[in-house]
Design a binder for this molecule. Structure first.
Ligand code: AP5
Length: 297
């Protein structure tokens, strides 16, 4: 695995489900503590990650007592992860495995767009024109769609796994302006000659949403095999256009996230790819817990 950062952190068990919903919280009700992302990278700590507290600091009548209450009840925010890579690098496949273990909400820009296309909405019709040419769908369609999904209560409560967004500098900037910051940016690296084969062999199960490949991940039963579908942009001709678009934009996006990026070798069996990601996520969680624990001490 090519890693852009050090991962020598202790292991921790996955997060426990939350019993109450998290809501966006204003700065006056928040304790800022060391950023797990910065510590993850072994850099100087930066006060970017917030922890929920039980009551507003400023309105507490007894400063010392309320400070202790605040500290004891500090609780890490759920994980916010981005996953990126060329077409067919395995983003969706890894998202299936990550959500299964970590319970994050999978927000895939491509899936949101395909849902609009299937619904036949005006946005869907416009989006399809661009998707068929392997181009990026215009920001005025994609940006709000993704933002709204990330701000739904399940994403806020459980954390999110953002797949295929941002794909341009303007999309990354928009996310930043909305105050939506990721803890980790996962970049899947796969040689280009493999990507075309993956696209052509990909099939989708419309019943379960699972991703298959005729050669690398074939359906388990004849019944599943009979109902598999193929995406309209999964042709050799279209994937070459998608790859060109990817190359035009990828460097600008990477430059925005270099401090929180891990590069993962995606040219390995999917379980091995997941093991690399799992390791990084476990360590990130451990850091969040250690940070909230040290606040409570
Ligand atoms: P999107 O749906 O995001 O497509 P993509 O980025 O081209 O990525 P894919 O979904 O094709 O691949 P994947 O990386 O998820 O791979 P998968 O796991 O399925 O976007 C489609 C279009 O929507 C874009 O072209 C654009 O027009 C538009 N769009 C999307 N987001 C946008 C945005 N932010 N802004 C503007 N426009 C946007 O795996 C692929 C195959 O490989 C599968 O068959 C799988 O079984 C197999 N496989 C996976 N991992 C492995 C492995 N380790 N070994 C062997 N086989 C594997």
């Amino acid at each position: 695995m090519a890693m852009a950062c050090s991962l020598d952190m202790p292991f921790v068990a996955p997060p426990q489900p939350r019993t109450r919903p998290l809501t966006p919280h204003p700065p006056s009700n928040s304790c800022k503590i060391l950023s797990p992302s910065s510590r993850f990278l072994g850099e100087d700590p930066a006060p970017s990650r917030r922890f929920r507290v039980s009551s507003p600091i400023k309105s507490a009548p007894f400063a010392r007592r309320s400070r202790l209450t605040l500290v004891a009840m500090a609780k890490p925010d759920p994980l916010k992860i981005m996953i990126s890579g060329a077409p067919a690098s395995g983003k969706g496949t890894q998202c299936e495995l990550i959500t299964k273990k970590y319970g994050l909400v999978h927000v895939a820009a491509g899936d949101l767009l395909r849902a609009e296309v299937a619904a036949g909405s005006e946005n869907g019709k416009r989006a399809k024109e661009h998707m068929e040419k392997g181009q990026l769908v215009p920001d005025e369609i994609v940006v709000m769609m993704v933002k709204e999904r990330l701000l739904q209560s399940d994403s806020l409560e459980n954390g999110w796994l953002l797949d295929g967004y941002p794909r341009s500098l303007s999309q990354a900037t928009a996310l930043q302006e909305f105050g939506l910051q990721a803890d980790l940016f996962i970049l899947l690296e796969v040689p280009e000659e493999i990507l075309v084969e993956r696209v052509i062999g990909r099939r989708l199960d419309p019943v379960t949403g699972r991703i298959y490949h005729l050669k690398y991940s074939p359906p388990e039963t004849e019944e599943i095999a009979a109902r598999l579908t193929q995406r309209f942009d999964d042709t050799e001709e279209k994937v070459k256009l998608r790859l060109r678009t990817h190359h035009q934009n990828v460097e600008a996006v990477l430059s925005m996230y270099k401090d929180i990026t891990i590069k993962v070798n995606g040219d390995a069996p999917k379980e091995d790819v997941f093991a690399q990601i799992d390791n990084a996520l476990s360590k990130l969680l451990e850091q969040g817990k250690a940070a909230s624990g040290s606040l409570a001490a």
